[in-house]
Design a protein around this ligand. Structure first.
Ligand code: MTE
Length: 292
């Protein structure tokens, strides 16, 4: 679409991460006093954090645009309303519930964790997330015996999210899924903040998933629904290209993406490449999930 392209080029001219253009952040509303949660010493990777300008300025959020540096532009983010925001927990569980996200945060409490994050496109970052384990939500909902998977769904609002109409072949809304045991794992995190503040909209405000041993697309943003299912749910990326984005999608340097190698990665903000680690470095914690 030529008009779209010209418009985006105009915006790009004003962008530029290092210049810190349009640095004003549109974060979700939230009780700032809760942030950052107390740093959890068990999940405190002792490596240099990614510069915040990169983590909040280079984003994948296809509901808005495929241009990573433009997602955060007020042109997109100003229309995106994230407060109030309800999240529904439903499907095969004894105690389904629907709750305002700010209330959920107040109920669950926040902690801070530093995780490595690895995108399937072979870039990575190291960021401090504020949030709580997904397990806490699951325990409140009490899954039924038949529940074996958890499906996640992002909001779909065509007026607020112009990228959806530009990708009509995509099976919107954005959905993701985990096995129930993966979802219950101690590392599986629900983030509502980053760098000690509520999530900027472009990072998936007001509530997103972070699954640090899987490729970044599993870490679904701006969630409105969490659903327990008996069957493995179809995800957006798996429906589009099952060979490229399979359901499991654990980080593995030895398994190349069909179109590029996964052996190394570019850390945002640096020019060199570093080796990618199996399970993104979380093998000790998660390898046992995949013993046949
Ligand atoms: N969630 C939604 N709803 N839409 C998206 O386009 N992109 C995914 C994931 N979650 C995406 C999403 C991909 S490919 C990555 S790498 C991460 O979000 C990027 O998260 P970040 O922008 O906070 O770095």
């Amino acid at each position: 679409n030529r008009r779209q392209f010209i418009r985006e080029m105009g915006l790009v001219a004003g962008a530029g991460i290092s210049a810190g253009a349009f640095a004003a952040e549109s974060t979700a509303a939230g009780n700032l006093k809760l942030y950052p949660g107390k740093r959890n010493p068990k999940h405190n990777l002792k490596v240099q954090l990614t510069n915040k300008a990169w983590a909040t300025g280079y984003n994948n959020f296809y509901e808005f645009t495929t241009n990573k540096e433009l997602v955060r532009h007020p042109f997109y983010m100003d229309k995106f309303k994230v407060d109030p925001w309800q999240i529904q927990i439903t499907g095969l569980c004894e105690k389904p519930f629907k709750i305002d996200t700010q209330q959920l945060i107040a109920d669950m409490g926040l902690e801070e964790r530093v995780y490595r994050f690895r995108c399937v496109e072979a870039w990575s970052m190291i960021v401090p997330w504020s949030g709580f384990t997904l397990r806490k939500i699951i325990e409140r909902a009490v899954p039924k015996k038949q529940a074996r998977f958890v499906k996640f769904t992002t909001a779909m609002n065509l007026k607020q999210m112009p990228g959806i109409a530009r990708l009509p072949a995509y099976p919107w809304p954005y959905t993701e899924g985990l096995r129930l045991d993966e979802a219950m794992h101690e590392l599986t995190f629900v983030a509502t903040g980053i760098y000690g503040k509520p999530l900027p909209k472009q990072n998936g405000a007001p509530i997103r998933l972070v699954v640090p041993w899987k490729y970044g697309y599993k870490s679904i943003k701006s969630i409105v629904k969490i659903e327990f299912t008996a069957k493995q749910p179809k995800t957006l990326w798996e429906s589009l290209a099952p060979d490229e984005y399979p359901f499991e999608s654990n980080v593995d340097p030895k398994v190349p993406h069909p179109r590029w190698s996964q052996a190394t990665e570019r850390v945002l903000g640096f020019n060199n490449r570093i080796p990618t680690l199996k399970y993104n470095g979380f093998g000790k914690q998660v390898a046992s999930l995949y013993k046949k």
